[in-house]
Design a protein around this ligand. Structure first.
Ligand SMILES: C[C@H](O)[C@@H](O)[C@@H](O)C(=O)CO
Ligand SMILES: [Mn+2]
Length: 596
């Protein structure tokens, strides 16, 4: 995958591990050196063995050169971390230490402290002391403390501690990786969708990201002037002819485009996909072809394509571009997705990015289009919903950027899954492609034609749908709904699907209900959802999104994650423990965005 490597040119943030110790020599420090450093090595091994960067390589950890017994060693460690590109820090200790003299003072990087639950020289006292120092200094940190007492010679990492270390590290790496990267708007506001109004202050102050913009006419320039790799285009077009089967044209006969026009449209949409990727991450091949500036790209880890309507009123739509780039495979083989938000809905692009960085898997971008009550389904189809669907369903469907991974044709332990690219087999990629038919675009919507990916998500996948909303006076607010994809009998699906648009990808989604608030019923989930879109990740990752949101100081207004799975900075509890949701809002407001 050599041609992919340039997209990782910025490298990846490392995790700094800070073994921290009681600095008193003549006995105390000496007695703790090995245990403390061994804790750091155990955490580094845990993280590198279990976590991977988006390119599939193991996460790298950097351990301070010495235990940190005071400010001189803390400063030396900070300097090493700066040199090494550390973006997340974890302090570990089995003993009492001097909080303000040893704490990590870098305001921009997520931090956690693991205080060993021991009795000889308890790390818990330091843990509590330093977390209070973090709260006092406005640097909220995560506290990790195992539930069971460990003997001083025990160098293992308990399961509960492992879970918190891994959850913190995943979210922390996501924060660090976003910093300095771009969101690329290809076009502007689509059909009056407010999420397409790109809020650059949000990207800058909350995510540390830059906003880049290109006009959609850039696609015409590059196509007309051949600013793309012609060899790759030929390879891609041949691959498409073999792997992207056209489905039936659902347009009225008199509106259907000729075969010749469709063939031309295929060439156009394939070029659009190559050009969109080059715009996002650049392409060294363009420099070889004499297009040095275009070869650079926009350093974009997520983009949005406006498409509708001016482009799509004249040119083939961006559904192929969006769907194939969001998938984990294309003519260059199996690879990490390039995130593209349909309709340039940048707020949905952000939650696609958060889900991707937490899971390293492709995301489904969808309209939260219809709530189907059990009675409505029965009225329309005669079918009685049951199982996960018994309380009703949400019809998630949008033309465009649902990754083909969303078909659920990959498997893990024999069940439908969406996997990181390095776990996907060639046969599984083929199954996703074979499960997708490319329907001539509905010309009522897309006068310029194009092809829409049409697949049906297999049921039985754990999923998490999320949405970022922008509320005047508050700023960003995150919504999360864990649930399951659901299978429907083929005839039932067909009847319901045909009532919307059968040429688009469908996921039948059953949110997990709690019986309370927005999760009292499936209808309440829909009725509380903040916008027309959601991003759907594989797995129940709501707890990891909550941890990540707290790091970013983005309050969560709606979720169905059990309280015992939630992990936020220790300081959040100081805003009240009886109503965690309101405490979250107040804590986020109090500490404010990371990069303000
Ligand atoms: C094709 C249609 O215009 C759809 O793109 C539209 O209904 C949406 O997806 C709105 O979010
Ligand atoms: Mn939409």
């Amino acid at each position: 995958m050599a041609d992919q490597q340039h997209r990782w040119q910025g490298g990846f943030p490392k995790i700094g591990i800070r073994p921290t110790i009681d600095g008193r020599r003549k006995g105390v420090r000496e007695s703790l050196e090995d245990q403390t450093m061994n804790m750091a090595k155990a955490v580094a091994a845990l993280l590198s063995e279990n976590l991977r960067y988006p390119n599939g390589e193991p996460v790298q950890c950097v351990i301070s050169d010495s235990c940190i017994g005071g400010v001189a060693e803390a400063a030396a460690s900070a300097e090493k971390f700066r040199r090494e590109g550390v973006g997340v820090s974890i302090t570990v200790t089995p003993c009492w230490c001097y909080g303000t003299e040893t704490m990590d003072m870098d305001p921009a990087i997520p931090k956690a402290v693991w205080g060993f639950n021991g009795t000889e020289r308890p790390g818990a006292v330091y843990l509590a002391a330093v977390l209070s120092a973090y709260a006092q200094k406005g640097l909220p940190a995560f506290g990790i403390y195992g539930e069971d007492v460990q003997d001083s010679g025990d160098t293992s990492v308990p399961e509960d501690v492992k879970g918190k270390l891994l959850g913190f590290a995943k979210a922390g790496l996501a924060v660090a990786y976003m910093r300095g990267k771009s969101y690329l708007s290809m076009g502007s506001v689509s059909m009056g969708i407010a999420g397409s109004i790109v809020n650059d202050t949000f990207f800058q102050e909350y995510l540390g990201m830059r906003n880049e913009y290109i006009d959609m006419s850039e696609f015409v320039r590059r196509m007309d002037e051949g600013i793309y790799d012609p060899a790759e285009f030929e390879k891609a077009l041949a691959w498409v002819k073999t792997n992207c089967a056209e489905g039936p044209d659902n347009n009225p006969a008199q509106l259907q485009k000729s075969r010749e026009c469709k063939n031309q449209d295929w060439e156009t949409v394939v070029k659009m996909a190559i050009i969109a990727r080059d715009l996002m991450v650049g392409n060294p091949r363009l420099a070889e072809l004499g297009f040095g500036e275009e070869a650079m790209g926009h350093n974009a880890i997520v983009s949005g394509f406006q498409g509708q309507r001016q482009w799509t009123d004249h040119f083939p739509n961006g559904d192929f571009l969006e769907a194939i780039l969001n998938s984990s495979f294309d003519w260059n083989g199996i690879r990490s997705p390039y995130l593209v938000a349909t309709e340039n809905d940048s707020l949905n692009g952000v939650v696609m990015l958060l889900g991707y960085l937490l899971t390293n898997t492709a995301q489904i971008f969808a309209d939260v289009r219809t709530y189907w009550s059990p009675s409505s389904v029965e009225r329309v189809t005669g079918h009685k919903l049951s199982g996960d669907a018994a309380c009703g369903l949400l019809h998630l469907i949008n033309s465009g950027s649902a990754a083909l991974d969303g078909s659920g044709e990959q498997t893990r332990d024999g069940k439908p899954a969406m996997k990181p690219f390095w776990e996907i087999g060639e046969d599984e990629a083929k199954k996703c492609l074979d499960a997708t038919s490319w329907r001539p675009a509905s010309v009522e919507y897309f006068r310029g034609g194009g092809f829409s990916s049409d697949f049906l998500t297999r049921g039985g996948m754990p999923m998490t749908m999320s949405r970022l909303n922008m509320v005047k006076g508050i700023g960003p607010v995150l919504q999360i709904a864990e649930g399951w994809s659901v299978d429907l009998p083929a005839d039932v699906h067909d009847k319901l699907d045909k009532r919307t648009d059968p040429t688009w990808p469908t996921t039948w989604f059953a949110p997990i209900l709690t019986g309370k608030g927005a999760f009292r019923t499936v209808y309440d989930v829909m009725d509380n959802w903040g916008a027309n879109h959601g991003s759907i990740s594989y797995g129940h990752i709501g707890h990891e999104l909550i941890t990540l949101a707290a790091m970013l100081r983005i309050p969560v207004s709606m979720h169905n994650v059990a309280e015992e799975r939630i992990f936020r900075p220790r300081a959040w509890g100081l805003f009240g423990t009886d109503h965690p949701e309101s405490a979250d809002f107040r804590a986020c407001e109090n500490f404010g965005p990371l990069y303000k």
